[in-house]
Ligand binder design. Structure first.
Ligand code: ADP
Ligand code: MG
Length: 582
């Protein structure tokens, strides 16, 4: 073999390495996720190349990733039989960070006083391979590119230089050997030689990697406290005889074509990620191709979680990047009013180190969220038409939260209004949609009447209701606190304003049902005169308590009722605000 050469890291790479070693990451476990993801990419590349280049003589029948532990030497090796690298590849890919903007980003990171800020900046370029130096004080990489004969060995302690040399007799693929720092429990360094620890990290971050991740797990008993009981090969005589075990399930349901997945499989997956024992009400599986590729598998649960309205309810779905787990509860992907939606989004072109802050401001992610929201709302709308009974059940569970969307998500207000289901004087039991209400409106009626209150009975018995019931107008009975807010802020449904019958002057006589005649006006004027003295007395007596006293056509049997100004808070809202301390 040729002599070993010692080369210097490019200045920026060196700076980045210093940052990694003197650690920006509180979670060191992710180094394994990074190395496995690189190995998985290398296997993808080899398979692709073997399909497109028939001259490439490689065996692709058993592509896999192997994890090897040597306790004596304190090393952990991640080996793949993927595409491999040439010597030049190693220098270019491992020795440099060619990404543009690296210098200015590094400057920003150094200026950042706050560790969180630094960490989120780092996320903008994945640290990838270098994360190995968080847990290792020396890293050896051996690799041979498919289709070439010459292997390369690379080694570094991550300080200023690395060595590179020819290596003979290597198989096609890459192995990365980490000489582990001592696991003393400080610095968040786990025991990366322990089978249970490796198993746990693989399960957490790399379970859905499409290639098998294998490890020779020892016979039961030699790995104290390992938790290796489940699935460990039994009957093996010593470590050498133990058959490698596949640690990951590889079953990424969302990556399979819809036609190949059964509802039973969807349900099982849902139960696994949601910890719900029931089946989901709706399953949405989609794939987006183009500039920003992703797969999404979303579920609408059949029932609301107990903490749907608690202040710290988590929202969002799990985020994966190319089958590597990135985070739970990715709030950037779901608006607050869809916090009950569960599922997975697997994006193909994000850095593995992407942070919540970056996601919140990422235009692509915003576009993904917009699309997901549309999908969820469309699924709900479809269910309403195809299975009204099932929809009614779902609305009972999530209607209150969905109505928050009317305030939160003006872009989809029209769709959300189509989804609204409300009690009404039209039917004592069955709720109505706004569309149905509008279809039943009387000739000349152009506003949608509603009355809010604590419960149906209170609303029905309200004196405000009398004239409307008497004259045969339908009134929506709205009993959720949020109803007071959205009815006030949403201008109209299908061109029809929302009008509380408890607020302002609702003049039923304005409608063209004959009462707007001259005769009626004259009668009204006469009444005003008759009652002038009484009204004057009431106004002065009640001055402290009411703004105005007027004759009304609202009431048929009650003598008087209190009416809010068109812009006053309603009693329920007043209560709500008071409860919030405003
Ligand atoms: P990224 O994966 O985001 O490109 P990394 O720092 O993780 O960044 O890796 C840098 C590059 O090194 C990869 O893009 C790949 O070309 C090369 N590389 C790393 N690990 C392997 C491997 N196991 N097999 C082949 N190439 C690899
Ligand atoms: Mg990588």
């Amino acid at each position: 073999a040729s002599p070993t050469e010692t080369l210097e890291f490019q200045a920026e790479t060196r700076q980045l390495l210093q940052l990694v070693i003197h650690s920006i990451y509180s979670n060191k476990d992710i180094f394994l996720r990074e190395l496995i993801s690189n190995a998985s990419d290398a296997l993808d590349k080899l398979r692709l190349e073997s399909l497109t280049d028939s001259d490439l003589a490689v065996d692709t029948s058993d592509l896999h990733i192997m994890l090897e532990v040597d306790r004596e030497a304190r090393t952990l090796t991640v080996r793949d039989n993927g595409i491999g690298m040439t010597r030049d590849d190693v220098v270019d890919l491992i020795g440099t960070i060619a990404k543009s903007g690296t210098a200015s980003l590094l400057a920003k990171i150094k200026e950042a006083k706050d560790a969180d800020v630094a960490q989120s900046l780092i996320g903008q370029f994945g640290v990838g391979f270098y994360s190995a130096f968080m847990v290792a004080d020396k890293v050896t990489l051996r690799t041979r590119r498919a289709g070439t004969d010459q292997g390369t060995a690379w080694e570094s302690d991550g300080e200023g230089t690395y060595t590179i040399a020819q290596a003979d007799g290597l198989p096609v693929g890459t192995s990365v050997t980490l000489h582990l720092k001592p696991a003393d429990g400080e610095d968040g360094l786990g025991d990366y030689l322990a089978t249970w620890k490796i198993r746990q990290i693989v399960k957490q971050y790399s379970d859905f990697i499409r290639w098998p991740i294998r490890m020779a797990t020892e016979p039961v008993g030699t790995d104290a406290g390992s938790g290796a009981e489940d699935g460990a090969e039994e009957g093996a005589e010593g470590a050498a005889a133990s058959a490698p075990e596949t640690l990951n399930s590889m079953k990424a349901l969302w990556a399979r074509p819809r036609s190949e997945v059964t509802q039973a499989e969807y349900n099982e997956f849902y139960q696994q990620i949601s910890h719900d024992w029931q089946e989901p009400a709706e399953t949405i599986h989609m794939r987006a191709e183009g500039t920003f590729e992703y797969e999404a598998l979303l579920f609408i649960p059949a029932h609301a979680p107990f903490d749907l309205f608690s202040r710290d309810t988590k929202r969002g779905v799990q985020l994966y990047v190319k089958r590597v787990f990135i985070m739970d509860d990715c709030d950037a992907l779901m608006p607050n009013y869809l916090r009950f939606v569960k599922g997975v989004v697997d994006a193909h072109d994000l850095s593995l180190n992407v942070s919540r802050e970056i996601l919140q401001h990422d235009r692509q992610i915003t576009a993904v969220r917009r699309r997901l929201v549309k999908k969820v709302l469309a699924a709900l709308k479809d269910l309403r038409t195809s299975n009204a009974e099932a929809y009614a059940k779902l609305w009972e569970q999530f209607g209150r939260v969905l109505k928050e969307g009317l305030l939160e998500d003006r872009d989809n207000a029209d769709t959300l209004l189509e989804l609204v289901s409300a009690a009404s004087t039209h039917d004592a039991q069955a709720p109505t949609t706004l569309r149905e209400y509008v279809e039943r409106m009387k000739d000349g009626q152009d506003t949608i009447y509603y009355l809010t209150g604590e419960n149906r009975q209170m609303v029905e018995n309200s004196p405000h209701m009398e004239a409307f019931t008497a004259k045969g107008y339908e009134v929506l009975i709205l009993t959720d606190p949020v109803d007071e807010v959205w009815t006030d802020q949403i201008p109209a449904f299908d061109g029809h304003r929302f009008q509380s019958i408890a607020k302002g002057q609702v003049d039923l006589d304005d409608h063209a049902d004959g009462d707007g005649s001259d005769e009626a006006k004259a009668e009204k004027a006469q009444r005003e005169e008759d009652f002038a003295a009484l009204l004057g007395w009431l106004r002065s007596t009640l001055a402290e308590h009411v703004k105005e006293v007027r004759l009304s056509t609202r009431l048929t049997t009650s003598a008087a009722c209190l009416v809010g100004d068109a812009h006053d808070l309603t009693p329920t809202l007043e209560k709500m605000y008071r409860a919030m301390g405003q």
